[in-house]
Ligand binder design. Structure first.
Ligand code: FES
Length: 154
């Protein structure tokens, strides 16, 4: 006789605790993703959440996308294009990752430039509005009004 808990079959629904344990995420994270429309659940007769097993693949995609630094809205937009209640397929993932690659390339380019500029600032600490490339070289953002602004073009 095995003492290991049985794994749900494909047709079984997962409790929020089971989905959290299987995905390595917290229960609160699942609630948050659900509130943002990234995952869906049904309610049982006792008004408790039950997730389809397909939620595990969606959660895996969310985790990978978040590791890439993608905004939650971009992830939600991509997942919203998938049919509800089924796993993202290999083709789905290929489409998503292709679309995200351009965004990642842009982020890498921006971060690489910021790192280069930071090299010139290490040991300086002035954060001058006039000369610091990280802050606002040449005060080019003066026309943007009060409050913090950041140059996107450097
Ligand atoms: S901190 Fe001085 S130039 Fe950036």
């Amino acid at each position: 006789m095995s003492l290991k808990p049985s794994r749900p079959t494909a047709s079984e629904r997962l409790t929020v605790g089971e989905a959290a344990a299987r995905s390595g995420l917290s229960v609160s994270a699942l609630h948050f993703y659900e509130s943002r429309g990234l995952i869906d659940s049904e309610r049982n007769a006792g008004n408790q959440r039950r997730y389809p097993r397909a939620v595990l693949r969606r959660l895996a995609v969310i985790k990978v996308a978040q590791r890439m630094g993608l905004p939650l809205q971009a992830i939600a937009d991509a997942l919203a294009r998938l049919p509800v209640g089924r796993n993202p397929t290999r083709a789905d993932w290929r489409r998503m990752s292709t679309a995200w690659r351009a965004e990642l390339d842009e982020r890498i380019h921006t971060l690489t430039q910021l790192r280069s500029q930071l090299d010139g600032c290490i040991g300086c600490g002035c954060l001058s509005l006039k000369v610091c490339p990280l802050r606002n070289a040449g005060d080019v953002l003066a026309g943007e009004g009060p409050g913090p602004h950041f140059r996107e073009d450097v």
